[in-house]
Ligand binder design. Sequence first.
Ligand code: SF4
Length: 327
Amino acid sequence: MRRVGFTTTIPLEVLIAAGVVPIDLNNVFITHHDNASLIEDAELTGFPRNVCAWIKGIYGAVVQSGVTELIAVTEGDCSYTKALMEVLSLNGVHVYPFAYPAGREAVPLKKEIEKLMGQFGVDWDHVGEAKKRLDRIRAKVHEIDRLSWQEDKVTGEENHYFQVCTSDMNGDPDAFEAEVDAFIAAAAVRAPRHERLRLAFLGVPPIISGLYGFLEEVGARVVFNETQRQFSMPFGIEDLVEQYRAYSYPYDIFHRLADISREIEKRRIDGVIHYVQSFCFRQIEDMVLRKSIKLPIMTLEGDKPGAIDARTKIRVEGFLELLEDRD
Ligand code: SF4
């Protein structure tokens, strides 16, 4: 079956309507059994050391997985994507650029979606059917999110996993839906968890592993995963263009802040972890978040894949003590 990779969330409905297998290359990279080797491969090819590990991991994932078609989000995601696109084009990968308009205007966004539809030979009827199918699964993932913050029955890692997977539905929407159904059935009958502190996790998904589990060991749980939740299209909007205008990740920090502030209030958050990636331009946004969010914020920087290290654990424990002292 034809497989199409992408560098960040794109209108998935178009690929599902076209009957191709969608592949979020971030997920391929981070779940690879030896993801450090993908970064090394990219560095051996010539990627500089001071380039974000996700970009090198995506490059390695494309090469290793043999993907020959790629949708690259050139506006609204990563400042490195254009260069990545050029390198992959040279390697014979067919690249389809996709741009989220910086101003969130409906007309250019609709044009971008229709351009993609033309490239994959689908019309609005096909895309509408695909949206209904995806929205049914997304609604179930929203229920997992609700079970996290409202009923305290889901761990931070589980919340992260199911939401992050909605970007490509693990390449197989039916199988993913069955996994979601089984999880909800099991989670719904769990006893509520009793962590003392409720955290928000803002920023790109973490490259390090074990963070959520460690937080729970020391009495705190993430009940709001900002970006992962955005991948699940949380607003329940029927119109496809409006759905991708409401999706906050590709747009400016102030659009994101409106969503963050609402959810922090609703989910009774005690403190915020702002995760930033080494060499990522989004680190600059930390200044805006710190000025705009009234809760204590801990900025956590990750570089390469690997388990959470001792230094980070000590910093996290110090942050949680500070939160406890506020109560
Ligand atoms: S973490 Fe930042 S620099 Fe790295 S791929 Fe994502 S947006 Fe780009």
